[in-house]
Design a protein around this ligand. Sequence first.
Ligand SMILES: *Cc1c(COP(=O)(O)O)cnc(C)c1O
Length: 389
Amino acid sequence: MHPSAKLEAFLANSSHLQTPFVVVDTDVVAQRYDALQAALPMADLFYAVKANPGRPVLDTLIARGSFFDVASVGEIDLCLNAGVTPDRISYGNTIKKRGHVEYAYDQGVRLFAFDAEPELDKLSQAAPEATVFCRVLCDGKGAEWPLSRKFGCDPDEAERLLHLAADRGLKVGVSFHVGSQQGNVEAWDAALEIAARLARSLMGRTEPVRLDVVNVGGGFPGIYQREMPSIEKYGEAIAASLARHFGPLYGDYLPRIIAEPGRYLVADAGVLRTEVVLVSRKHEMDEKRWVYLDCGKFSGLAETMEEAIRYRFRTPHDEAVENGAPTGAVIIAGPSCDSADVLYEKTDYRMPIALAEGDFIDIISTGAYTTTYSSVGFNGFAPLKDYYI
Ligand SMILES: *Cc1c(COP(=O)(O)O)cnc(C)c1O
């Protein structure tokens, strides 16, 4: 997976631009949306806005008929201002201030997540006519950025809460997130089995209640160092799991299926350009060089935390390396005065021996979780600049 021709043309003509910056090709976003919709024809796609809230990204997805998953009133306003109607917005954060639920409900938002009784209380008071979906815990196994533990509740607790929600006249659903950058296409199966079990439990009430929504979350991958299955494989596995677990329950009828893709839609649409500030050794005999870039953990590369997401780097010397020029092991770090600002130390990265101050390095597939992960100005470094083409 190489950057698009449009990205390459932009990068070829951008030596005058201040680094670091990210450039995103919205045509790739549109292609990804179409590919995912084709792979998951049964699902409404709610773009997880946090992955890249850039206005041109939103505009591109609005034009495709996308729905939107938001986590805050800021993201609600962003979507509404871009022209998204409130019936296309899902408030997917399980942790919401009461006033923010009221605001969302006033604006017309009718889909809300929860994973605990006090949050359900908030929703039944502040969003009485809404559909509320209960997030169940997932272990995040197989994911490079797991998201486990903080969100979701035990399936037994979910069952209790869904009955409680139904008692209060709310429409109910189930959601889960199998972990971001999920490499195992079967990861959805166990959660869908639980969702079907919860559906059956609701159907077993004296006055049966139908599960309104099954939200299969995100987790669809971008292309970093590791190869990933094609999006079709994800679609086939999810369709098979839905048929297996929900087929006997509903016959041909399924609850509304929604998905919340973030990374998959934008990651490969972006390239982050950074400049080498310093190449050094801690001792002249050290084999490993330190490569300091003008972009680090606090300027957009937060997902290098614990070296979870392993980006691909491109240097001006790669062609020479292909023709035999030597490379050496490196530790890659950001420019700030925080010792946590090391991107990769344990992961085995190699860079050309010829790498020098002033070289541009392009970090591939950086359209997701970069622009807004940049601090407002730690150490006086400006936030990551973003361009959309
Ligand atoms: C972040 C997030 C997503 C998007 O996840 P990806 O792995 O980027 O697809 C979806 N749903 C929720 C609730 C999220 O918090």
